[in-house]
Design a protein around this ligand. Structure first.
Ligand code: C5P
Length: 324
């Protein structure tokens, strides 16, 4: 039996890096948001044993290091099931792009493999297995607007945003997340050495949560703005006012100046809010209307920047559109 699913991307609407923990991970606070952009994934089960990954993209590993392989193996062990599993990934999202593609592929594998085997694990088991494979997996068990805490694996569903138009620019640069965190540590150590006054990481994380909730609850420009004709416009104005930003820009932009140029190009093309997603290299812009987003995507393409238009994907849409 073959199960085919869409595996959606995410962006980070702001990300604050907190202290490095004893386990080597960094505490963080972020707002995840799923997008309609997606890979396609097919899971087939047959009699026998072994997990096979098929993917034509040269940068996607097809061995045990692949996130889909890792979660499938854990699932079979937890379910105590023997089967031959074949996972085919039709890769459309960038690799190491900050759009969570590998994490999303793994969660799509989890959903598809349960359907193919007609067996279900509990929600607690889903969360445990997902968090074991990577910090960015659990958000894809929720979808829509999600608050990420801990090392990113503690997820809280938030009230969904409307389908705000979005342009995702995908420069052909792969950024290593582990390296970006290491660069952040070096930057913070240098700032401390130079006795630059920085607010404490825990204060910055608290402030991020306060600003995010204030934005989502409509405090910055007040509730009446939300009732205005263009809800996207009002939300985006509030997002900028809330000062929600991505800490990774501070270390990734100096290392890859072309990404800073892409952010400026998005702002120049009319984005109301533009940011690096995760540790990059994808940079996205949010727009007040679909025609404005379509114009911006064309403008970036004319400047030689690969870009595509999409929309923010709410939780119900995420689950409805997953099957095809
Ligand atoms: O969990 P994930 O596999 O996505 O993390 C990749 C790497 O990024 C980790 O090995 C770790 O070095 C770094 N990381 C971190 N703090 C986080 C998440 C990831 O330091 N909160």
């Amino acid at each position: 039996m073959a199960v085919r699913l869409r595996s959606f991307a995410k962006i980070n609407l702001g990300l604050v890096i907190g202290p490095r923990r004893d386990d080597g991970f960094h505490e963080l606070r972020t707002l995840y948001q799923t997008l309609a952009l997606h890979d396609r994934l097919t899971v087939e089960v047959a009699k026998g044993t072994g997990i096979e990954i098929r993917c034509a993209h040269p940068q996607v590993p097809t061995d045990e290091s692949n996130t889909c392989h890792r979660i499938a193996r854990r699932m079979l062990e937890t379910m105590k099931v023997r089967a031959r599993v074949t996972i085919t990934i039709d890769k459309r999202l960038p690799v190491q792009g900050g759009l969570g593609a590998a994490s999303s592929n793994a969660v799509a594998t989890l959903v598809a493999l349960e359907r193919a085997l007609k067996k279900r694990l509990t929600a607690a088991q889903h969360l445990r297995l997902a968090a074991e494979v990577g910090s960015d997996l659990p958000l894809f068990l929720v979808g829509g607007a999600v608050l990420g805490l801990g090392r990113g694996e503690v997820v809280l569903p938030l009230e969904d945003l409307p389908p705000i138009p979005c342009v995702v620019a995908t420069p052909e640069i792969g950024v290593s997340t582990a390296q970006a965190f290491a660069d952040w540590d070096r930057e913070m150590a240098a700032a401390r050495g130079a006795k630059l006054t920085l607010s404490e990481p825990s204060d910055r994380m608290r402030e991020f949560c306060r600003a995010s909730f204030a934005w989502l609850c409509g405090t910055p420009t007040g509730v009446p703005a939300r009732r205005s004709r263009n809800r996207a416009e009002a939300l985006l104005l509030d997002l900028v006012r809330a000062g929600i930003e991505n800490d990774f820009e501070r270390v990734v932009f100096p290392k890859y100046p072309e990404l800073g140029v892409v952010k400026k190009a998005l702002a120049g093309a009319g984005a109301r809010y533009a940011s690096l997603s995760g540790s990059g290299s994808a940079v996205y812009g949010l727009f007040a209307s679909r025609p404005a987003a379509a114009r911006a995507a064309r403008k970036l393409a004319a400047q030689g920047i690969p870009a595509q238009g999409t929309v923010l994907l709410s939780r119900p849409e995420y689950w409805l559109r997953m099957s095809f």
